[in-house]
Design a protein around this ligand. Structure first.
Ligand code: CMP
Length: 139
């Protein structure tokens, strides 16, 4: 079925001027960018977004990284978009990412790993609603 997923091009992508290169991989995989904006995340926004990881030892570092430069937030649409995008992103740790994936191509470390993608339909809906109004998504 056609699904939507939430994506973030992280600060390591904007800092290195790689947003177009990452988008080319996304579009080549058959996903459509149906909403997109470049924002500076606030600390509160980053803490809310990653609340599920708040007990992890890397939480502080993760939040600081996500607010260290602008990010590009996106809604991607396509057949099985959630799983498709996770395949295209590659493993969280770029050292384990498959050839041709975004993280293999561009990511520098498990923290600075270029992209985020939702892991399930429920989280996709929550994450999309955190950053986009309904009328900002044009499929
Ligand atoms: P993401 O998919 O955005 O969701 C949680 C993020 O935590 C993950 O990508 C990684 O970037 C980050 N992360 C996971 N493990 C570590 C770690 N050991 N050190 C720093 N960041 C991490």
């Amino acid at each position: 079925a056609v699904q939507r997923t939430f994506s973030i091009l992280k600060p390591d992508a904007t800092r290195r001027n790689l947003t177009g290169a990452v988008n080319a991989v996304i579009e080549k995989a058959g996903l459509r960018i149906v909403a997109q904006k470049r924002i500076q995340m606030s600390k509160a926004q980053a803490e809310t977004f990653y609340a599920v990881h708040s007990a992890r030892p890397f939480f502080g570092e993760l939040v600081e990284f996500m607010i260290s430069a602008p990010v590009v937030v996106q809604v991607l649409e396509g057949e099985n978009a959630i799983a498709t995008y996770r395949d295209v992103m590659g493993a969280t740790n770029p050292a384990n990412a498959a050839e041709g994936t975004i993280r293999k191509l561009f990511a520098q470390s498990v923290g600075e790993n270029t992209v985020h993608g939702s892991d399930a339909p429920e989280t996709a809906a929550i994450e999309i609603a955190q950053f986009f109004a309904g009328n900002e998504i044009v499929g």
